[in-house]
Design a protein around this ligand. Structure first.
Ligand code: NAD
Ligand code: UDP
Ligand code: UDP
Length: 324
């Protein structure tokens, strides 16, 4: 995506956590960005700093409905990502993943634009193979509370590969592993934001289950590097490509680290483990290294420190506004 190339970029879900960082980065590269979002989980404040840019445009729109715009490249990120939010209206989640993908693929086909799908490590379900290579087909419950997201994203991958084979569309699929950083919503419900907000506000840290389950956490700036590197690959690189940080931590280790970095002694309490909660997750990123020349740079301690600073700032601003 150099300046000499066509550079009108559509980012669906652009007002969300990852999408807003991607929009910022694309503008910094000189692109024109059309951010499409229905604000289901996204926030205006995530993109407020971009609204003054003449190269940034915001359109409130639900990707379940057709969209007719002229663009050169499409990043399809629209979809709630936190289990709390994607399970609140599971039918809408499946629709967004599947109908949203069909509409964005139809748009990409009409305007002949390369299109990238933000898929997820959730396509591996509760993985029986550890760590996970892209060749693993996964272990997903098709009828559980997480299925709307997992199966929705799996079907979206199917559509991307079929549009590639059937319509010769330039498609790219990345599988994103747990990502964290500034601009996560304090009420997002995912583990990193929950633990940080709890430690900062003096609430007990809530570990679901015994805390021995593992996740691999990628800092958002690293992820955005990977997303853009994937879009920049030649047409024959279609993925799927894992994007994540291979450092693997138990939720107990994460809780201890957050407490240490916040300098808090809040207690750790246990709550029931949600149904179908994956026991372990860690990406193999050889494909990303070879095809994109990408690997994450920010280690968990460093990324958490930056994220804690962000939440500390937002929570203070919120309580000040509340007090007024
Ligand atoms: P997020 O919830 O902050 O952002 C999602 C955005 O999509 C929000 O702005 C939301 O309003 C918008 N959206 C939802 N439904 C929509 C619809 N029907 N039409 C238009 N906009 C809609 O989540 P995020 O963490 O930024 O995730 C972004 C993408 O990355 C998602 O597709 C998610 O599945 C994927 N992903 C994220 C992670 C992660 O750890 N954050 C991991 C794997 C995959
Ligand atoms: N679509 C869209 N914008 C476009 C072109 C298509 O939203 O610029 C939608 C269209 O409504 C259709 C979907 O994308 O439902 C799939 O389009 P495609 O051309 O693949 O299929 P068809 O129109 O033949 O069903
Ligand atoms: N989790 C937890 N406490 C929380 C929120 C989540 O222990 O307050 C656990 C959750 O059960 C899961 C892990 O942390 O095992 C990651 O959860 P998250 O919702 O962040 O992402 P996902 O399950 O989609 O990987």
């Amino acid at each position: 995506m150099s300046l000499t190339e066509p550079n009108r970029i559509l980012v669906t879900g652009g007002a969300g956590f990852i999408g807003s960082h991607l929009c910022s980065r694309l503008l910094m590269r000189g692109c024109e960005v059309l951010c499409v979002d229905n604000f289901y989980t996204g926030r205006r404040e995530n993109i407020e700093h971009l609204l003054g840019s003449p190269k940034f445009e915001l359109l409130r729109h639900d990707v379940n409905f057709p969209l007719y715009v002229e663009v050169d490249r499409i990043f399809n990120l629209a979809c709630p990502a936190s289990p709390v939010h994607y399970q609140a209206d599971p039918v809408q989640t499946t629709k967004t993943s599947v109908m949203g993908a069909i509409n964005m693929l139809g748009l990409a086909k009409r305007v002949k634009a390369p299109i990238l799908q933000a898929s997820t490590s959730e396509v591996y379900g509760d993985p029986a193979v550890h760590p996970q290579p892209e060749s693993y087909w996964g272990n997903v419950n098709p009828i559980g509370p997480r299925s709307c997201y997992d199966e929705g994203k799996r079907c979206a991958e199917t559509l991307f590969f079929d549009y590639n084979r059937q319509h010769n569309l330039q498609t790219k699929v990345i599988r994103i592993f747990n990502t964290y950083g500034p601009r996560m919503h304090p009420g997002d419900g995912r583990v990193v934001s929950n633990f940080i907000v709890q430690a900062l506000t003096g609430e007990p840290i809530t570990i679901y289950g015994d805390g021995s389950q593992t996740r691999s956490f990628c800092y958002v700036d690293d992820l955005v590097d990977g997303i853009i590197a994937m879009m920049d690959t030649p047409a024959d690189v279609i993925g799927p490509v894992n994007l994540g940080n291979p450092g693997e931590f138990t939720m107990l280790e994460l809780a201890e680290l957050v407490r240490e970095l916040v300098g808090s002694s809040v207690e750790i309490i246990h709550k029931p483990l949600p149904a179908d909660d994956p026991k372990q997750r860690k990406p193999i990123i050889d494909q990303a290294k070879q095809l994109l020349g990408w690997e994450p740079k920010v280690q968990l301690r460093e990324g958490l420190t930056r994220t804690i600073e962000y939440f500390d700032g937002t929570l203070q601003t919120r309580s000040l506004n509340f007090a007024r």
